[in-house]
Design a protein around this ligand. Structure first.
Ligand code: SPQ
Length: 428
């Protein structure tokens, strides 16, 4: 699909909710499937990635009923999955393929896993190697580096794994495999990554321990079905937060957004740049959440690096757009992981924003942006990457003239109503 957007003349106004958190929705399906008894999920994200996770577990013999944002699962227990009679297709979802590898690592049956063109280019050896060390039989193209993958599980032994990238997907795959292993499994992270798996395992009754950057659990624990409420996705809200910050005269309220501190880096950075963002009705739960109020404001450049990067990795495309509207220089570094997302997000962000007139340069591990620049509408491509598609849609609302975005249907991966919500806030 190609969309045509143009500059908005008034600011964004109104109150809105964003769809459920993608990371939490995936984990609720996965843990509900291997738990004993019934799990319900309210606020589930019915985006393409999470629907792929449901489809994979249905093919593994799990009874799952989904209606919009409500899901009911009759869990199979930790050893109850059955051999699928087809290749499991994860579509565009890195979280699905990597976490599934952990869940399937102990099975005594055969599974093959694949995904779309982007998935088949993303590195899988970061999960394949630790799982092999634990005792699973797993292989893939180029010595296990890429999908398609094949798994025939094995008898797993718990181990200590020291990660060299801060990746919640790698950490989660190892911890899930650890549930089926003899003895204890420990993951040591270089920096803290999102901790939804750890929080949700606790909710399903698993004993799991964090000591600084070390997370440990013992194998052979039972998961008991439970009721999960998924808060709004802060990664989706980030597009609206930046839009309301940089489009003059805006004021919006986003209700019930997840505020897990391992995900709120985007709010910290935007505030540091001068954004007017307030949190109201903050509530502590398994996953904290609250309402976010954003009023348009002027921004100044900043530097984003180190342990902040995993807390905002998926928000870097939209932060880069914010930086084009900030006075002075913004440096984003230590973000090499951007190269192995749905697209190479250093290349795609730099190329597309440059085309719209931004002063932006790629560096080896990030980008440098000099603002403030008036953007110009033109023809752009989101390279089938949902986060690039949403960033370019916000850029279009701010740019002189018309913008045409190719391949924008990828937005359905994480925020199916994004363009409608933007139109609503723009008063259309
Ligand atoms: O699931 P997928 O395709 O990897 O999705 C992305 C995204 O932008 O939606 C990354 F491209 O989010 C990842 C995120 O970057 C979701 C995720 C998770 O749910 O555990 C963790 C992060 O990836 P990683 O590699 O740092 O663990």
């Amino acid at each position: 699909m190609t969309v045509h957007l143009r500059k908005v003349n008034k600011g964004l106004k109104g109150q809105i909710t964003v769809p459920g958190d993608k990371s939490i929705s995936h984990r609720a399906i996965i843990l509900g499937s291997i738990a004993l008894g019934k799990t319900t999920i309210a606020g589930f994200l019915p985006g393409n990635d999470c629907l792929s996770t449901i489809e994979c577990f249905k093919n593994l013999g799990v009874d799952i009923k989904q209606h919009n944002d409500f899901v009911e699962i009759n869990g199979k227990g930790i050893t109850g999955l059955t051999e699928p009679n087809c290749i499991l297709n994860v579509g565009n979802s890195g979280t699905t393929i990597r976490l599934l590898m952990g869940v399937l690592s102990h099975t005594n049956f055969y599974t093959s896993l694949t995904g779309d063109e982007s998935i088949c280019k993303r590195p899988m050896d970061r999960v394949v190697h630790p799982l092999k060390q634990m005792g699973t039989n797993i292989d893939g193209r180029v010595h296990g580096r890429y999908a398609p993958l094949s798994i025939r599980g094995g008898d797993l032994k718990g181990q200590i794994h020291r990660l060299n990238v801060a990746s919640a997907q790698v950490k989660s795959a190892i911890l899930l495999a650890g549930l089926f292993a003899t003895g204890g499994t420990t993951v040591v992270e270089p920096y803290q990554s999102r901790d939804h798996t750890e929080r949700m395992l606790k909710k399903f009754g698993v004993k799991i321990n964090r000591d600084g950057l070390r997370i440990s659990l013992l194998g052979n624990q039972k998961l008991i079905g439970t009721n999960i409420i998924v808060p709004g996705d802060i990664s989706s809200a980030a597009f609206l937060i930046v839009a309301a910050t940089i489009i003059p005269n805006s004021k919006i309220i986003i209700k019930n957004v997840g505020l897990n501190p391992t995900r709120t880096g985007v709010i910290d950075v935007l505030k540091q740049m001068g954004a007017n963002i307030k949190i109201m009705n903050y509530r502590e739960a398994e996953e904290p959440y609250g309402d976010i109020i954003v009023t348009a404001s002027s921004l100044s450049g900043t530097t984003i690096s180190g342990d902040l990067i995993p807390k905002l990795i998926d928000e870097i495309p939209i932060i880069a757009l914010a930086a084009t509207q900030a006075k002075g220089k913004t440096i984003i570094k230590d973000a090499e992981e951007l190269k192995v997302k749905e697209s190479n997000r250093i290349d795609t962000v730099v190329k597309q924003l440059k085309q719209m007139g931004a002063h932006i340069t790629a560096i080896e591990d990030g980008m440098i942006i000099n603002g403030k620049t008036n953007l110009i509408g033109t023809d752009v491509d989101c390279y089938k990457d949902h986060r690039i598609g949403m960033m370019l849609s916000v850029a279009a609302l701010l740019s002189e003239g018309d913008t045409t975005i190719k391949n924008s249907d990828c937005i359905n991966i994480s925020y199916p109503n994004f363009l409608k919500d933007l139109a609503f806030l723009s008063g259309k």
